[in-house]
Ligand binder design. Structure first.
Ligand code: UD1
Length: 356
């Protein structure tokens, strides 16, 4: 079996690390990096830490408007697929790299498998939502992390090839869990009680007013806030002539293990990232989600996450309510082993719909 895996953005490197390990025991994997993320701190560090094999190809597409970035990827991925003629194209998540990989393959009648299928925010003004919906509708195997995701697909009439496999991010954390240690905090110069924040969603950082409101949420926190700053956010801060509030300590982007260490030791996480909501809940740290909705409703149902948008007052109340929250059942909600189930399904060894 030959599989072309397409990755391009930070969270995809993490997910591919878990799946790739299993995949390479059963198949020939050709790893394609679109080049959507290219800074050392946004890309290389993940490959090094997670011991992901060097990409076989880097398409070096870089940043750009949605059409230009996706168009460049489409053209180059098509060339790769014509050359490699794989049995499967494996795509992850909801980025422009995901959409380009899925579309290029579908048009060549090459089977597409989507890891993290079925997630929905029901907001078509989010680029990620458009990417997910289109990717799901051209995929042959749809690997869902949760029953909610399976149900969303069903509501859109997508039932064939849908499998509930669990979340590969659980496996990714498992790969590095024993390397999370306090020494990393010292190296990052983070000590004492703190809240960890991240902000990068277009809907929060591109618009000056929304970004100022997000800074207002951080400023209203009763503790120090540590924030590794995504380059999109750094650029927006400059463009809008905004400065970090006095209680906020900005850091350069950090690698995966440093990030998990920061999450595990924080009193709470404030974030607009999807992945971080799960990582914080899985590591036992409560989460406050700086968005209008979440795709990961299970983390809210588990009593570990609250969705507050950019309301400082509500965020403060959520922090006090969630302080010390704990859910011993979280492994039942997010069981490990998704990566193995995905590889079995690609090999045709597990019957669709009966993954467990
Ligand atoms: C992308 C994904 C988003 C995902 C996120 C993870 C899409 C539509 N969005 O958002 O779903 O959660 O990745 O981080 O695919 N930049 C750099 N160096 C880099 C990469 C980006 O400086 O290595 C800057 C550039 O100014 C670029 C901007 O960040 O224009 C945005 O990058 P882009 O890849 O377009 O989207 P993300 O915001 O990273």
């Amino acid at each position: 079996m030959r599989v072309v895996s397409i990755v391009g953005a930070r969270p995809q490197f993490v997910k591919a690390a878990a799946v790739s390990r299993e995949l390479r025991t059963a198949a020939t994997e050709i790893l394609v990096h679109t080049g959507q993320h290219y800074d050392v701190g946004m890309s290389d560090v993940f490959f090094d830490e997670l011991v992901i094999p060097e990409p076989d190809l880097n398409l070096e597409v870089g940043s750009g408007t949605h059409g230009r970035q996706t168009g460049r990827m489409l053209e180059r991925i098509e060339e790769v697929l014509l050359e490699e003629r794989p049995d499967w194209v494996l795509v992850y998540g909801d980025t422009n790299s995901t959409l380009a990989g899925a579309l290029a393959a579908a048009k060549l009648h090459i089977h597409v498998a989507h890891v993290e299928a079925g997630l929905r925010s029901f907001r078509r003004d989010m680029p990620e939502e458009v990417n997910r919906v289109v990717t799901d509708h051209v995929s042959n195997l749809l690997f869902c992390p949760t029953q909610t995701a399976v149900d969303h697909l069903g509501a859109e009439g997508v039932t064939e090839g849908v499998m509930l496999v669990g979340d590969v991010m659980v496996d990714a954390i498992g790969l590095v869990r024993d390397r999370i240690d306090a020494d990393r905090l010292r190296r990052l110069r983070v000590d004492g009680p703190y809240l960890l924040a991240t902000l990068h969603r277009a809907e929060n950082v591109d618009d000056a007013q929304r970004l100022a409101q997000a800074l207002g949420v951080l400023a209203a926190m009763p503790e120090r806030v540590v924030i590794p700053v995504h380059p999109r956010t750094a650029a927006a801060m400059q463009r809008h002539d905004l400065t970090w509030p006095a209680n906020v300590t900005p850091l350069a982007p950090v690698g995966y293990i440093d990030m998990l260490t920061l999450v595990a030791a924080a009193d709470a996480v404030l974030t607009d990232s999807g992945g971080l909501q799960k990582e914080s809940v899985l590591l036992g740290t409560p989460c406050i989600t700086l968005r209008k909705e979440t795709e990961w409703v299970e983390t809210v149902d588990a009593g570990m996450n609250r969705v507050v948008d950019l309301d400082a007052q509500v965020a403060r109340e959520a922090l006090e309510e969630l302080r010390g929250a704990h859910n011993a059942e979280i492994e039942r909600v997010f069981p490990p082993g998704a990566s193995g189930r995905i590889v079995e399904a690609l090999q045709g060894r597990s019957s669709v719909g009966q993954p467990r």
